[in-house]
Design a protein around this ligand. Structure first.
Ligand SMILES: [Fe+2]
Ligand SMILES: [Fe+2]
Length: 483
């Protein structure tokens, strides 16, 4: 759009200790504060980041500018030398608030006093998930199914580290002493720690093997996408610009998850087809993951990720919207008045042992709405997965369990709902839950398949090779070097 005046854009300056496109060298106080935080970040990375990676050279993608072509920069990087930095999407000088009570006013370049505490809370909660996922995935490198996959894991890890930088920049730059303290807290909490855990439950689950990793990247990184997309609508412009750029990185994480699960399904179907097997134990005996187990992992990762959207009905969500702190998914493309006053939205809950639909004020149902948008995208991904057994002429299809299944947060917390949406007593539910959720045995079986495959072009038996390599390179390219 030629008539949108843009503020002159900064290229990413890699000559600085902290690469950035926010003109850090002209804000000495902030620069010094962040330079003090940087060694603490690196300590955190060494302690809880991917283990035994100091000597590796990894074929990674690094952003060199924030426009679309800025991602085309690939090359070998020694992991601890990755250039984490602060990159915001370009500023639009004419940007106006486009929803909520302040609609039509210019966006904010600073934090209004009245929104200081909710904005800080939003940023800290988002920021906490970034290092958490790196911690969860710390040990996966030891059992990589191929060099291609190992490289993809590390790409995700360094970018989650950069997402932490993105949130820490906002805390340091806009929230004074409180922000600096929160930035330290982000390096002190630990995923799964009994005393000082990460804020959200799904980020305290362990990612003990590669099936869990791919499921996490498909389901949970996509929650990240929807949260970031809602924050990219924010009236607080630096938050909107930061999250907008993070979204470009998130797309790749979801690709790794979706294609990873697809390659497992592909391999299992190949073996079932070749050997004419349908019995899960016989399929497992061939060293591949049976489809029933895949379904149980889908049930688990889907349900714990739904909890990340928060309560279905929430006055916080309403306040975030009317204050224009957090919008709806694709807010600008929705054809309504963007105030939602007087509108209603359907949510589900349990009443007298049945699941019923209730109309609630749309403003209070924004968490449910964002989750429903997410579910639509998840369903489309599942439909793509299901093309695989279909191609093999197999009747099996992955299905998403009912919204109420295995929930800890929201209207279905403390309810015992089957994947089909039937409300049971606790006892009845627990008696059958081993059919629905991965058991310790399932984890042990999947874990038993994990072994390290690092010959270029080779893949573990339980997963098919990808359709193509990274950056148009061959699949057998040496994506990680060990010297
Ligand atoms: Fe992230
Ligand atoms: Fe991610």
């Amino acid at each position: 759009m030629a008539d949108t005046p843009e503020v002159p854009q900064q290229a990413i300056d890699y000559s600085q200790r902290i690469p950035n496109n926010v003109d850090l060298s002209n804000d000495r106080t902030l620069q010094r504060a962040l330079e003090r935080w940087q060694p603490a970040f690196l300590n955190w990375w060494h302690e809880t980041g991917p283990s035994n990676t100091s000597d590796l050279q990894v074929y990674l993608r690094t952003a060199i500018s924030v426009d679309r072509d800025g991602w085309a920069n690939f090359g070998y990087v020694r992991m601890p030398e990755y250039r984490w930095g602060i990159f915001l999407a370009p500023q639009d000088a004419n940007r106006k608030i486009h929803f909520g009570d302040h609609k039509g006013q210019p966006v904010w370049q600073d934090v209004p006093g009245e929104y200081r505490s909710p904005l800080r809370r939003i940023i800290v909660t988002q920021g906490d998930t970034e290092p958490a996922s790196v911690e969860q995935q710390k040990l996966l490198g030891a059992t990589c199914p191929s060099l291609y996959d190992l490289r993809n894991l590390f790409q995700v890890n360094v970018e989650e580290g950069r997402h932490l930088w993105a949130m820490v920049y906002l805390l340091h730059r806009y929230f004074g002493r409180d922000g600096r303290e929160e930035a330290e807290g982000l390096l002190q909490r630990r995923s799964g720690d009994a005393n000082n855990p990460r804020i959200l439950t799904a980020f305290n689950e362990r990612t003990g093997h590669w099936l869990a990793f791919y499921m996490f990247a498909f389901f949970t990184d996509r929650d990240g996408k929807f949260q970031l997309a809602a924050l990219a609508e924010s009236a607080f412009d630096p938050l909107a610009r930061t999250t907008k750029f993070m979204l470009t990185e998130e797309a790749h994480h979801m690709f790794i998850g979706e294609s990873g699960v697809a390659r497992i399904l592909q391999r299992t179907c190949e073996v079932m087809n070749q050997l004419k097997l349908t019995d899960p134990s016989q399929i497992r005996a061939q060293g591949v993951i049976d489809l029933e187990t895949m379904q149980r992992f889908v049930n688990f990762h889907y349900s714990v990720t739904l909890d990340l959207f928060g309560s279905d009905v929430s006055s916080n969500a309403a306040n975030y919207y009317t204050g224009a702190l957090k919008g709806r998914y694709g807010e600008a493309n929705i054809g309504d008045d963007h105030s939602l006053a007087g509108n209603f939205y359907s949510v589900q809950e349990v009443a007298n042992g049945d699941i019923v639909t209730r109309q609630v004020p749309a403003l209070t149902a924004l968490n449910a709405r964002l989750r429903d948008d997410y579910v639509r995208e998840i369903q489309a991904g599942v439909d793509r997965w299901n093309k695989i057994p279909e191609r093999f002429g197999m009747p099996f299809r992955i299905t998403l369990p009912h919204l109420g299944f295995h929930r800890k947060i929201g209207s279905f917390a403390d309810q015992y709902v089957t994947p089909q949406g039937q409300v049971l007593s606790r006892e009845d539910w627990e008696r059958q839950s081993a059919d629905w959720l991965p058991s310790d045995d399932d984890h042990a079986f999947v874990g038993s398949l994990m072994s390290r495959v690092i010959e270029p072009g080779r893949f573990a038996n339980w997963i098919a090779p990808p359709a193509r390599g990274v950056n148009n390179l061959p699949i057998e390219f040496e994506y990680v070097r060990f010297d």
